[in-house]
Design a protein around this ligand. Sequence first.
Ligand code: 3EB
Length: 331
Amino acid sequence: MSIRAHFTSAAQPPSPEPGRHVLATVTYGAATGLTRVEHGHPDLTIPMAVTNGDAFREVWTVAERPRWVLREDSAYAHDGRHLFVAGLLPEQSVYTPPVREMYEKAFALVNHLDYGHVFRMWNFVGDILGANAEGMEVYRDFVQGRAQAFQTYMGDTTAQLPAATGIGTQGRGIAFVLLATRRGVPRHLENSRQTSAYHYPDQYGPKSPSFARATLLDDTLYVSGTASILGHETVHPGDVRRQTRETLDNIAHLISRENLAAQGIDAGHDLKDLRMIKAYVRHEDDVPAVRAVCEETLGLGTEVKYLNVAVCRDDLLVEIEGLVPAVGWDQ
Ligand code: 3EB
C-alpha cells in the first residue's frame, strides 16, 4: 500500500480514510511553524495562502501506524515503508553553509532510518528573490547549499535527484519537506521540452538546481514545480495567461506517452489525470487569470489550489505542480 495525499480545510483536523493513518501534514496558511497536531503527527505550516480564509492542508497518509518525532526545528514520521522529514531554518545572512548542514542532516537521517530513496522534495524559500548579506540572490545561495548537500549524499551523480518544488513564501527563512521510501525504487524523469535543471547554464547561479522534472514511484508520477521555461529560458515574460498555458503544456508533455516512452516507461497520461494541483502565483491580482486558464485547460471538475508567492526567477509569474496517482488511489 502506497503513500497517498489529499487536501482538506485547514480549519478541520485531518481525517484519514478507513484503515489508513496520517503520516504528516503540510498546511498552506499564514505563518511558519512546526507543530504536533491533535492525533500526534507533525504539521509543517508555510505562509503562502492567498488570503487567510484560503488556508488548506495537504494530508499524507500511509497504511501502517507511523512513528512520529518532533524537535524544535525538524520533525519526521515513518511507517516502515515511507518517511516524511521536515525542517526549518530561520533567516540567515548567508544560506549556503546552513542549508548544506540542514540538508546533510536530513539525508543522514534518511540513511540512518534506512529509507533508501528520496522521491519528492519541497523547498520553501522566504525572500526567494531578495539578496543575501553578500548581494547574492537568496534562491542562488540556497541552490548552492543544497547542491553541496546532495554531493555529500550521492556524489557527483544526478541520477538520484528527485522531483522537487522550489518556491517562495510570504515569510522569512527556509523550510523543506522530503519524502523517502524503503520499498520501491523511484525513477527520476526529465522533460524533452526543458533543459534538465541540473544542467542549467551558470547564468542562473553558481550551482545548477538539484532536482528532476518528475519522479515515478509505485505507479504514481510526482510532477515537480513547473514553469514557463523552454530549454532553460523563461518564455512569455509579462504575460501570465501565456505563462500558465506554457506551464500546463510543459506538464502535459512531461506526463505524455511520448516523453515517458523515450525514458523507457510504458505509460501515458493527460492533464485530466493530474491531482493534488497547486498553482503558485506571483501577484495576487493574477490569480483570476491563472484560474481561468487552468479551468479552460483542466476542466471545471479538477481541483486546483492557488497560492500567492514569488517564483525563483523574477520573470516567472506562475509555477504549477501536481501528481498523477496510481490507479486505485481514489478507492
Ligand atoms: C524551474 O523549472 C522552475 O529549485 O527545487 C521548479 C522546481 C523550480 C524545483 C528547485 C525550482 C525548483 O527551474 C523553478
